[in-house]
Design a protein around this ligand. Structure first.
Ligand SMILES: O=C(O)C(=O)C[C@@H](O)[C@H](O)CO
Ligand SMILES: [Mg+2]
Length: 382
């Protein structure tokens, strides 16, 4: 079998789909993307295609090493996201060629279903309690939301109170009937992370994500000494080589590699395996589309330390298209009491509507995240 063609489509809301064709008529799909840098990743995918066309798509490990090492420079969000989407499509082809789900090709599943959680509250967390009430009707009992809006390096007492009050409201509304993770989204400085973690402790969030920016990773261990709240991070780290120092320094209890940013299924299964050796859980990051989610689920199904899976149903970024709008087999993503069952379908287990993708690509705007500023006019972390 030989790879013959790579085609990409940028589509609403902010995703990109990749189709890899072969000379035996089997196609594979992937979702290479860096949110807000779709065109850059698209260029990287087509540069990498020079290493792929004419090659056997089933030699995934070798093609991965060629893509990672062959261009001398390596790593980072753009190249690792391009490799990620290609890797997903190669696994999709391999599974389809053998008539088996990807998880069967990597030792079979360790679980029958995967726990998921639902975003509520948007960029500037609001209407959280109502959002949770609605999502509970869809079967979710676990949620994630942003912890703050813009936060000054040293925030005021009022700002801290404003950030905390919504979490008190959640516990008042639902008690211990629901669980929630809080995403600090890199918006919080190290000193303020200490303050917020202390104040949040009695409310028992499930985790606090990106307590500080990934480039401040050396503070994870120190922050972990200040709190019993599990700390989570990983969406802005892109390979085993990025995660290595986090494992050695400690502090992160839940690792969140993004299977569309961190080298794909091949790399994320290895990252999950490294995490298991350090007793670190894995909860793949996925605010993206259905192919990315299907790839994450394959990682979850073979990783004993996978604990829950992010999915983008109802996420505030999905303007212009929802998670399953491009999917034919929607029933494979049904959420039953917060869980998604393992798909028995071959490959990634997702069947996309190519016509719908092509049509949507004609109206794909270039999504950009907002550039926030503090009251004094300086740039704020979004
Ligand atoms: O889902 C998450 O945990 C996020 O932090 C969302 C963020 O990753 C955006 O996708 C960036 O555009
Ligand atoms: Mg996040």
């Amino acid at each position: 079998m030989k790879i013959t063609k790579l085609t990409t489509w940028r589509v609403p809301p902010r995703w990109m789909f990749l189709k890899i064709e072969t000379d035996e008529g089997i196609t594979g799909w992937g979702e290479p993307i860096v949110e807000g840098r779709a065109r850059t990743v698209e260029a990287a995918v087509h540069e990498l295609s020079e290493y792929l066309v004419g090659q056997d798509p089933r030699r995934i490990n070798d093609l991965w090493q060629v893509m990672y090492r062959g261009g001398f420079y390596r790593g980072g969000p753009i190249l690792m996201s391009a490799i990620a989407g290609i890797d997903q499509a190669l696994w999709d082809i391999h599974g389809k060629a053998l008539g088996k789900p990807v998880y069967e090709l990597i030792g079979g599943r360790v679980r029958d279903k995967v726990k998921t959680y639902c975003w509520v509250g948007g960029d500037r967390p609001a209407e959280i309690v109502d959002g949770m009430r609605h999502a509970r009707t869809l079967g979710f009992d676990t949620f994630k939301m942003n912890g703050t809006e813009e936060m000054d390096h040293i925030a005021t007492h009022a700002d801290v109170d404003r950030a905390l009050e919504k979490f008190t409201q959640i516990r008042e509304a639902f008690g211990n009937q629901i669980d929630f993770g809080i995403d600090f989204h890199g918006r919080v400085s190290v000193p303020m992370a200490k303050v917020l973690l202390r104040e949040l402790e009695p409310l028992r969030p499930l985790f606090v994500e990106e307590p500080v920016l990934a480039e401040q990773w050396e503070h994870y261990a120190r922050l972990a000494e200040h709190t019993a709240i599990p700390l989570a991070a990983g969406e802005r780290m892109y390979s085993r080589f990025d995660f290595k120092r986090v494992f050695e320094a400690g502090g992160i209890s839940i690792l969140q590699p993004d299977v569309s940013h961190a080298g794909g299924i091949t790399e994320c299964v290895k990252i999950a395996s490294m995490a298991e050796a350090y007793d670190v859980a894995v909860a793949p990051h996925c605010p993206l589309g259905p192919v990315a989610l299907a790839a994450c689920l394959q990682v979850d199904l073979v990783s004993h330390n996978a604990v829950f899976q992010e999915q983008s149903m109802g996420i505030h970024y999905n303007q212009g298209a929802e998670l399953l709008d491009y999917v034919v087999n929607r029933e494979d993503f049904a959420v039953d009491q917060g869980h998604v069952r393992a798909s028995e379908k071959p490959g990634l287990g997702v069947i996309v509507d190519e016509e719908r993708i092509v049509e949507a690509s004609r109206r794909a705007a270039d999504w950009r995240n907002p550039v926030w500023r503090h009251a004094d006019g300086s740039v704020a972390e979004w």
